[in-house]
Write a protein that binds this ligand. Structure first.
Ligand code: MG
Length: 266
């Protein structure tokens, strides 16, 4: 009798585990396919841009050179972004604070162009020269810096994931030249207890050159602090940093990317 009930318990446990796995797989939308499976959904068709660097049809344009209507100030109370807009670019106004998008994003593709000041003062060296940053989800910084013949710590130069990964190469142009970042960002995922079960990942092209190749972000980027994850929402605004330098930005667009369930480990 005792043996029978133990066996029943075991069967019930196995059923519960199997059901649980089934639910988690279904929840993640994981479907197994054969090679060249004709039942597999086809990707949707989108109109690609006629010119490289321009937004594809499904992109959200965050700045087209005319206004900051897609942005707000990060300063207490929010309100309109107070950076300058002229000649098709926006420019950081010292002490106006960071700006962040009104919309929130998770997995995304971003295109952004930036220029550091043409005139370089000899007093502006290292992190003081042409500093800004693109913060994914407001906490993971892709460094923007004038790294043209300007030495600083490697994990803080242009194209670095600040404090974590130097760029693979230094592809920086001369001060005042327009430069581009093309980025693919995969958001982190947290379980119900707040544990990070999939760290964020990022791939970055600087002026068309790969500088970050699918690296795993270690947590929120910080100055002289070890990065760590704190749980947060699935989507959060993107922000641009005011680091007291009159940095310029233009042609900013973003595409939301759907989740690829096979990238989530059980
Ligand atoms: Mg910065």
């Amino acid at each position: 009798m005792k043996r029978k009930s133990r066996l029943t318990k075991c069967i019930v446990c196995l059923l519960v585990v199997a059901m649980g796995l089934g639910v988690s797989c279904a929840a993640r939308g994981v479907i197994k396919y054969d090679v060249h499976d004709t039942t597999r959904d086809h990707p949707r068709v989108i109109a690609a841009p006629r010119q490289f660097g321009r937004p594809p049809a499904d992109a959200i344009v965050l700045f087209d050179g005319t206004d900051l209507s897609e942005w707000v100030s990060e300063k207490k109370g929010g309100g309109p972004a107070r950076w300058k807009v002229e000649n098709g670019y926006m420019e950081v106004v010292k002490k106006a604070g960071d700006i962040l998008t009104k919309k929130a994003f998770g997995n995304c593709q971003l295109h952004i162009e930036w220029a550091t000041p043409r005139k370089v003062s000899p007093k502006e060296t290292g992190q003081k020269r042409g500093n800004s940053g693109v913060f994914f989800m407001g906490r993971y910084e892709l460094q923007v810096l004038d790294s043209y013949e300007n030495e600083t710590y490697a994990d803080g130069q242009a194209g670095s994931i600040y404090g974590q990964y130097p760029p693979l190469v230094n592809a920086c142009r001369e001060p005042g030249q327009w430069q581009s970042y093309d980025v693919s960002f995969l958001r982190p995922i947290f379980d119900n207890s707040g544990r990070c079960i999939r760290p964020a990942r990022i791939t970055v092209f600087h002026n068309g050159v790969v500088v970050q190749n699918n690296v795993e972000i270690k947590g929120a980027t910080a100055h002289k602090k070890k990065a760590k994850y704190n749980p947060h929402a699935d989507k959060l605004p993107l922000s641009l940093q005011d680091h007291n330098n009159p940095m310029r930005f233009r042609n900013i667009w973003i595409r939301e990317l759907s989740e690829q369930p096979y990238l989530i480990k059980d």
